[in-house]
Design a protein around this ligand. Structure first.
Ligand SMILES: Nc1nc2c(c(=O)[nH]1)N[C@H]1C(S)=C(S)[C@@H](COP(=O)(O)O)O[C@H]1N2
Ligand SMILES: [Mo]
Length: 252
């Protein structure tokens, strides 16, 4: 219900701009009533089904619609008692960017129908997903952590990725960058987190927003995320460590 209210009150203006060109007034009302999220995606046209011709062995061949409307199976989580508060080592390079959470806006753009800029209060108005998962760094350490934040899946419902979007780029304030396949990005436990172990994320762990997901290695979990860009193609610039030879998919 909170999500519903959020769309009506906070995002309507931004959405309206793009939507009114394509949808009837009745559809708009349905959209703002949330049932319209699915409807709006369905209304984007039959091009959403074009992806079906890709071979089945390819992990990226699910249609955006399918990924959004039929969320993938969650990975089992740990009980809160398993959290290891001391085990999460800070792993940063260069410097620790200080981002003012009061003026910060997350940019979501690229191959989407409704690009958005979300403040931290916008983010906090969206449904909060909390999970206790294991963070695994390739450098040989792991930690069970609780993360709380907004699912990329929920953000995708708002920005409406276009049919051919198959990757998501994450830009960080320290110059770090990553790219993920769309299925992993829209996994129900892939979050843009603003809480760690029940509290606001400390600066060194990526405040105000960082990626957190139980399905990827630590170096895929960008801290200080300032921009999320949906893309149809993967560029040569795939990821900070990936471009040094680390595996791109890096699944757990
Ligand atoms: N922006 C940014 N994100 C980053 C990194 C970084 O150096 N810069 N390091 C990565 C690596 S290798 C790991 S293991 C985790 C560590 O997260 P933590 O410092 O919160 O433990 O962040 C990842 N995300
Ligand atoms: Mo790492």
């Amino acid at each position: 219900m909170q999500f519903d209210k959020y769309i009506r009150n906070n995002l309507q203006k931004q959405l309206q701009h793009n939507l009114q060109r394509r949808f009837s007034r009745r559809q708009m009302l349905q959209f703002t009533g949330l049932s319209g999220l699915g409807l709006a995606l369905g209304s984007c046209g039959t091009s959403l089904y074009v992806d079906k011709v890709r071979p089945i062995f390819e992990p990226l061949n699910q249609s955006i619609e399918e990924l959004i409307l039929k969320p993938q199976t969650p990975v089992p989580e740990f009980p809160a008692s398993a959290i290891e508060p001391e085990a999460l080592l800070v792993n940063s390079f260069d410097f620790t960017p200080i981002i003012n959470p009061n003026t910060f806006k997350l940019v979501i753009d690229g191959a989407v129908d409704n690009p958005l800029q979300l403040s931290m209060s916008d983010m906090r108005s969206l449904p909060l997903t909390s999970m206790v998962i294991r963070h695994v760094c390739v450098e040989g350490w792991a930690a069970i952590v609780q993360w709380g934040g907004v699912r990329l899946l929920d953000l995708a419902k708002l920005v409406q990725p276009q049919a051919g979007a198959r990757y998501v780029y994450f830009e960080s304030a320290d110059g770090y960058y990553e790219s993920w396949d769309i299925a992993s990005s829209l996994h129900p436990q892939t979050l843009l987190a603003y809480q760690k172990n029940g509290e606001t994320i400390p600066v060194e762990n990526g405040a105000p927003l960082r990626l957190a997901s139980p399905i990827k290695l630590g170096y895929k979990q960008s801290k200080w995320v300032i921009r999320v860009t949906f893309a149809k193609e993967l560029s040569q610039r795939r990821g900070y460590w990936v471009d040094e030879g680390y595996e791109w998919f890096a699944g757990l």
